[in-house]
Structure formats: C-alpha cells, structure tokens
Write a protein that binds this ligand. Structure first.
Ligand SMILES: C[S@@+](CC[C@H](N)C(=O)[O-])C[C@H]1O[C@@H](n2cnc3c(N)ncnc32)[C@H](O)[C@@H]1O
Length: 330
C-alpha cells in the first residue's frame, strides 16, 4: 500500500489523499473521476445515501467514499442480473449464518418482482422441485453439480446415497443402478426426493428418513452390501477447534461405507468443511480403509463446481472436497 493512498480492491486507481491539510479525506473531483461520474452525479449519489453535504463540497471522508463505491457496485450487479437474466423475481436469502457473525440482519425477502414458493429446475437430464425460501442453501446444492455428473460415470449395481438432501446424487445415478436408497434426516427433503423420483420416472429409488450414522451402523450389522456409496454430509467442522471430533465423524462413516462396499465398488466421499483439507480427508479415508482391510485406489480428486470460485490466495474458498475411490478386488 502506498502511504497516503486508500487502496480499492478492484484494481482501479485509488483517489489521492491530501495528507497536508485534509488527512482522511479525498478530493471530490478525484473520486468522481475514479468512479466514472461527473462531480454533479457524485454529489447526487452522496445525497441519495443520506451523507451530509457540506457547503461547496470539495472533499469526502474515506468512509463515505467506500459507501458510495459499495452502492454503485450493488447497482451495477443488479443491472447486470437484469440485463443477462431478465428475472421475473429476485429473492435474497440473507439467512446465512455468516451474516449473523458480521452483525447483519437475518432475513429472506423478495427484492424484486414475484417469487413463488417452489420452482421446477432442470439439472442435466432431471427436473427437481426447489423450495426457494425453506430449502437449504439456495434450495439446491449447486456446488455438487459437476461432481454428481462425474460420479454417474462410475455408478452401478446397488446404490446408497447418504445425506441425500433432495436426491441430488441418487437421482442422477439411479438410471445406471439396479436399486437406489436415498436417505436424509430431513423429512421435508426426503418427501422431495420421493416427488422428484416420481417426476423423473425413476422407480428404483427408495427415499428414507434416517440418521445416516444409525443407518450405516445397522446396515453394516445386517450384512448389507452396495456397489456404489455416496457420502455427502453437512460440514462437521466449522472451525479448527471442532476438527478432532469432525475427523472422528468422517472416519466413522467412511469406515462403515468401505466395509459395506463390494470389491470393485465405488465410494464417492465429500467434505464441505473448509478446515478439512483434501490431504486431511485422504488421511481419514486411508485410516478407514486400513481398519476396513480394504485396498482403495483414488480415481478422482474433485472440488466444488466452477461457478463457486476457488481463490488461490484464500484457502478457505476451497471448501468442498470430493474424492471418487474404488475398492479394489484383492
Ligand atoms: C451437503 S447436504 C447434501 C447435499 C446432497 N448430497 C446434494 O447433492 O444435493 C447435507 C445433508 O445432510 C443432511 N443431514 C444432516 N445430518 C444428517 C444425519 N445425521 N443423517 C442424515 N442426513 C443428515 C442434511 O439434511 C442435508 O440435506
């Protein structure tokens, strides 16, 4: 950072700070130039944000410059959405936990137009009912979209999809399998799996409300066997302090899955906890494989879909890890 300058993050030239007599302020003509506005347009914008305009406004506080910049950025994003997608409605899901941590309001509100409770969404070959307000995330786990397609290439025989939500993996893989069990702890989600299976003419899908930990334990005891197993649990570790317990959870489900997987079968195992690195997930799976006396080969290391960018300078953005593994016949 150059002393006396306030850096912006978008690469635009930052306004010069007059550090001789007006420290902490930026010249209006300079701000207007940087933001691509005339002085008059900038003053109008400043007034519309309720920022006090002093007589013959010649400079602005840095905080106010940032407020103007944020407002312009929001307008630009909204007009881009309008131009590219012409949506009939825009719904803000401001109910994510991260907002609460930042002291921001928790709300779900319609920003524009009309937004129905549910919509039908086409994803690859299938159609899904999505509950926009009550569904998890945006109503659908779009970050697993590419991983579901990749997993479909390996699927066969008996499929078990644990932590299935609305049947994302199960429904995409079911056509290649003889039977698919899709389970989730949420009754609402499981009712949607059943409706989605019917809507897509998939008769071999059994949707079940269950705690995956209990189901896996009981199925193992009962001697069940599968050819394809998907484990896509919720994030077990939200922070580093929760890691030891979380790793125990990942190991337990992977161990049971590997025991029940037929030789030659495929395990798709995921973690969306950012503190669990890909390396750590591999270590946990290897520990589970040792306990299960299974020899496992790694077919693919994957991550979230491309439209959920991973910034190489911000490791936390690589939150979703997805391993596709084969249990070898030995
Ligand atoms: C990451 S989401 C799964 C997304 C899904 N696989 C997909 O592709 O759309 C995790 C799911 O696990 C479910 N869940 C959380 N705890 C569970 C448990 N103990 N047993 C079964 N399901 C659970 C949640 O209801 C949620 O639907």
């Amino acid at each position: 950072m150059i002393p006396g300058r306030q850096d912006f993050t978008d690469g635009r030239t930052a306004p010069r700070v007059d550090d001789t007599k007006d420290a902490g302020k930026v010249r209006v003509y300079q701000v207007a130039k940087d933001l691509g506005l005339t002085n008059k347009e900038l003053v109008t914008k400043v007034q519309s944000l309720g920022i006090e305009v002093k007589n013959h406004m010649s400079s602005l506080d840095l905080d106010d410059v940032q407020r103007v910049k944020r407002a312009l950025e929001k307008e630009r994003q909204e007009s881009l959405v309008e131009e590219r997608l012409s949506p009939t409605g825009v719904l803000a899901r401001h109910d994510v936990r991260a907002r609460a941590l930042e002291g921001l309001d928790q709300e779900i509100k319609v920003l524009r137009g009309e937004v129905p409770q549910t919509v039908l969404v086409r994803d690859h070959e299938r159609e899904y009912e999505v509950d926009l307000r009550r569904g998890q995330k945006t109503g659908r786990f779009l970050d697993q979209r590419e991983n579901r397609s990749a997993a479909a290439g390996y699927a066969r025989g008996r499929l078990l999809d644990c932590f299935s939500y609305d049947g994302g993996f199960a429904l995409e893989l079911a056509a290649r399998c003889t039977e698919a069990i899709a389970l989730d702890i949420s009754e609402e989600a499981v009712a949607r799996i059943a409706r989605n299976a019917e809507r897509n003419g998939l008769r071999n899908v059994r949707a079940t409300v269950a705690n995956a930990f209990d189901f896996l334990r009981e199925a193992e005891r009962a001697g069940e066997r599968f050819d394809t197993i998907v484990l896509d649990p919720p994030g077990f570790a939200r922070n580093r302090a929760a890691l030891p317990r979380a790793l125990g959870g990942y190991k337990e489900i992977n161990l049971r899955a590997l025991k029940m997987l037929n030789p030659g079968g495929t395990l798709v195992t995921c973690s969306c906890s950012y503190p669990v690195s890909e390396e750590l997930l591999l270590e946990v799976v290897q520990a589970a494989a040792l306990d299960a006396r299974a020899v496992v080969s790694l077919m693919e290391k994957r991550m979230q879909s491309r439209d959920h960018p991973v910034l190489i300078g911000v490791p936390e953005t690589h939150y979703l890890k997805c391993l596709i593994l084969r249990k070898l016949e030995v």
